[in-house]
Design a protein around this ligand. Structure first.
Ligand code: SAH
Length: 216
């Protein structure tokens, strides 16, 4: 496909998958029209990049479907002056969106190959306000804490304590949490050092890899 065909595919994605399903934030819709999602998947899958489903990115991981990323970002409400901590860099697609919405993005990925690949794509796109780390994101990134926003792209059994601790007062956190037989996307807002939580929607994410089982 040629670049104008990809642009048309992005317009169609925004109209049919995001606006049609209730995503309203204009800043968000603009960024989805701009970021070339097809560059974040293997070249033999490029023609599927703007479809309504997640795609494999290797190592048993997936790039999330456009709508679920838009939904998470709409609840996260990233302001231009915000610092954002992202857990699960994966392909780097959501990282690129976040980098355009906020001031600085700190992104942590467990699988080094995925992080390195994401780093090279963002470099090619000229996105320079992102710091990458390879490691267990459940521990956060204390060196740069506290953060205005935290987004977790893999499903855990609870919200890691370190992430709540590293979130600013009035900061927002979005993360999928596993219940008995399903997952639910949670929005947390920090008030008086406590995270006030509400459910957004049922969802389906890959599991958060855990190295510290004694956290809860
Ligand atoms: N937003 C990404 C989603 C990738 S899937 C995208 O659209 O491409 C979730 C990612 O979280 C995977 O890359 C997985 O390796 C990573 N992950 C899982 N557990 C993690 C952990 N404990 N710390 C950091 N990254 C983790």
């Amino acid at each position: 496909m040629k670049s104008d065909e990809y642009r048309a595919a992005r317009e169609q994605m925004v109209a049919e998958q995001l606006i049609a399903k209730g995503i309203k934030d204009q800043r968000l819709l603009k960024i989805f029209r701009e970021i070339p999602r097809h560059l974040f998947v293997d070249s033999f899958m490029e023609h599927l990049a703007y479809k309504e489903y997640p795609l494999p990115i290797g190592f048993n991981q997936t790039i999330s479907q456009p709508y679920i990323i838009a939904l998470m970002l709409e609840y996260l409400q990233v302001e231009p002056e915000n610092t954002v901590l992202e857990i699960g860099t994966g392909s780097g697609y959501q990282t690129a969106l976040l980098a355009n919405l906020g001031k600085t993005v700190y992104t942590v990925e467990y699988i080094s190959e995925l992080s390195l690949k994401a780093q090279s794509i963002l470099l090619k796109l000229g996105i320079a306000n992102v710091r990458f780390k390879i490691g267990d994101g459940a521990l956060g990134w204390s060196e740069f804490a506290p953060f205005d926003r935290i987004i977790v792209s893999a499903c855990g059994e609870f919200i890691p304590h370190q992430l709540i601790y590293q979130l600013k007062e009035n900061g927002r956190l979005v993360m999928p949490i596993k219940k008995e037989s399903y997952q639910v996307l949670i929005l947390g807002v920090k008030h008086n050092n406590r995270l006030i939580q509400r459910k957004i929607k049922e969802c389906e994410f890959v599991p958060l890899i855990t190295t510290n089982k004694k956290q809860n």
